[in-house]
Design a protein around this ligand. Structure first.
Ligand code: ACM
Length: 606
């Protein structure tokens, strides 16, 4: 009888653990599910030997989640324990999680690990009971970053804090904050107040950034904003409570129009006194086959001593605000055409024996590295800083694919991998006829294939990886979320879970469950994985779904398709006079994603 009972229990547990798959993102390194389940209650009783208040925010978040999902009246016991004897296998960020009849037990070498254990538990508190289990978990890389551009569009202090909440829940630990660019200077610098009095404001425009009409003479430069030094301290402290370091970026010597407008003497161009902060108007830069040509000089001039005096002050204040060990100094996409016409730059080249303009930028970067080092910080920059001779201790952020990272590691420099072809989450993530116009596509499946340690790189030099969210076409915070999720989930799993644990079909199932959590928490996300790409070639229309198991129905008669509309069975001839193609997906008979509407004239253009 006992045997029968335990067999039945085991069967139930198998069924149960199958029916109630554990949808943890990122996937833990190892997890064993045991017989038995723990009934959860709304109230939590904490047992902990962590003395400081450092985990109080995480505990409060977990309690709030529990109240949202769990109705059980009994109490859930959770213990948090710092290991007396270090478990060297799980490192500083790993954790051990045990769920048994007595409750939920998290242990770790460090508080960071307890925090990540709590994030995993938050994802388990979605059903009335959880199976007994054992998890042993730790990340594959130590730098798990997300970059947010707040220059092209400004996001408030509260929105940045919310973004921290969202990424920390998926075990990201760096927020790279792109604070300055042509479109706005966002950080208060007390020794140069015009940076934010003038440089933080542009003209409010809507449509496609980069193609806006030129602001008229009376246009109001009152759109934007900035963070006071107190705001920054608050955000840094808030992020620290969630084990997120903030990496500030001051993007120089290119991308500096906002600074040049505030202080034209930083430029080598006399006309800079007439410049305005960039509002996204057409014709600011030319992207030619031979490089970038600036129509307006948006660079800091490398031959001017006052530029280095300025940078010394700026980086002094930045270093005082951000405890993280690195400062990002940009270095990307610096147009050299104004330097080529500048006699002071020519004189500098002669004096310093610089052979070309890449070497001029390298000269600049080396001076910047010395300034950054004098403030006790390490320099990190975009992969352009490799050109012309890299500064001795620079860390490289590889964005133009993986090649910069591979080269930097070969030169024995540390790297953070942010290759645009895998993790530029400003790129279009779904059907291109439906999404904001950006020049490249990057679907969830491709992001999921991201490997922060690509073949050909010595892993010893790879600090980790990061996704980058540029915000030219992102006008509000809801769109920030839309572009981040669910692709951020794919990045999170790529940066934390071993490659052997990655499984695309299973990941898609987990994403579907996490979409419910995002709904619960009113976090916006894109349903693009349900929406096929559509091509038209020689009159034949093809749908290319991103995930398996979709039934795609469509209309060519200007109606809104439903489950009774034409079922896509393979490439078909589009009726000659059709003007609108509409597609909608179903999964197991239920509508998923949105109706895609594509004017046939657009489809014909390709
Ligand atoms: C970059 O995307 N310009 C770093």
């Amino acid at each position: 009888m006992r045997l029968l009972t335990s067999m039945m229990l085991a069967m139930f547990c198998n069924m149960n653990s199958h029916a109630q798959q554990l949808n943890i993102i990122p996937e833990p390194v190892s997890m064993q599910v045991h017989s038995g389940t723990l009934a959860l209650g709304q109230d939590i009783s904490w047992t902990t030997d962590v003395k400081s208040a450092s985990l109080s925010l995480a505990k409060a978040q977990l309690e709030a989640d529990c109240r949202k999902n769990i109705t059980g009246l009994n109490t859930t016991n959770i213990s948090l324990t710092l290991l007396k004897k270090e478990d060297s296998g799980i490192g500083a960020e790993g954790y051990l999680l045990e769920i048994d009849k007595d409750g939920i037990h998290i242990s770790a070498n460090k508080e960071n690990g307890l925090f990540y254990g709590l994030q995993t538990v938050r994802q388990l508190l979605v059903t009335p009971d959880v199976p007994y289990l054992t998890i042993r978990d730790y990340p594959v890389v130590g730098w798990r970053g997300m970059m947010l551009d707040v220059s092209r569009h400004f996001f408030t202090k509260a929105e940045v804090m919310r973004y921290v909440d969202e990424i920390a829940a998926y075990k990201f630990n760096v927020l790279h904050w792109h604070l300055t660019d042509d479109g706005g200077w966002r950080i208060e610098i007390k020794s140069y107040p015009k940076l934010t009095e003038v440089g933080a404001w542009c003209v409010e425009k809507y449509g496609y950034y980069g193609e806006f009409s030129a602001p008229g003479k009376d246009a109001k430069y009152n759109y934007g904003g900035f963070y006071t030094q107190q705001d920054i301290k608050d955000i840094v402290q808030y992020a620290k409570a969630q084990y997120v370091d903030i990496l500030p970026e001051i993007d120089i010597p290119g991308h500096s129009m906002a600074a040049v407008v505030a202080y034209p003497e930083l430029s080598g161009t006399k006309d800079a006194v007439n410049y305005k902060v960039y509002s996204g108007e057409k014709g600011f830069m030319d992207w030619t086959d031979h490089g970038i040509v600036a129509r307006y000089d948006n660079t800091l001039n490398p031959a001017k001593p006052e530029v280095y005096k300025f940078l010394d002050k700026v980086f002094g204040e930045v270093a005082g605000l951000f405890p993280f060990g690195y400062i990002h100094v940009g270095g990307d996409e610096c147009a050299k055409n104004y330097w080529q016409k500048d006699p002071n730059v020519t004189a500098l080249m002669q004096k310093e024996k610089l052979k070309n303009y890449e070497e001029v930028q390298a000269y600049f970067e080396k001076k910047v590295e010395a300034i950054v080092a004098s403030k006790g910080k390490k320099l990190i920059g975009w992969d352009e800083i490799l050109e012309g001779g890299v500064a001795p201790n620079a860390t490289i952020m590889s964005w133009r694919g993986e090649k910069g990272g591979i080269e930097a590691a070969r030169l024995k420099h540390q790297v953070v991998m942010t290759p645009n072809n895998y993790v530029y989450i400003d790129y279009v993530q779904g059907n291109k006829y439906m999404e904001s116009k950006v020049y490249e596509n990057l679907r969830l499946k491709k992001v999921y294939a991201f490997n922060p340690v690509p073949a050909g790189v010595d892993p010893a030099y790879v600090l980790g990886g990061q996704a980058n969210l540029w915000t030219e076409q992102i006008f509000d915070f809801s769109k920030v979320e839309y572009m981040t999720w669910p692709r951020g989930l794919a990045v999170a799993e790529s940066l934390w879970s071993p490659a052997s644990k990655k499984d695309w079909p299973r990941f898609v199932e987990k994403v579907e469950q996490h979409m419910k959590l995002l709904d619960r928490d009113t976090v916006n996300y894109a349903p693009c994985m349900y929406e096929p790409d559509v091509t038209l070639q020689s009159g034949v229309c093809t749908f290319i779904p991103e995930i398996d198991g979709l039934e795609m129905h469509y209309s060519v008669d200007n109606s809104f398709p439903d489950i009774k509309s034409l079922l896509y069975k393979g490439p078909f001839v589009l009726p000659e006079d059709a003007v609108m193609l509409r597609v909608v997906s179903f999964k197991k008979g239920r509508p998923v994603g949105r109706i895609i509407s594509i004017p046939v004239a657009e489809l014909k253009k390709g």
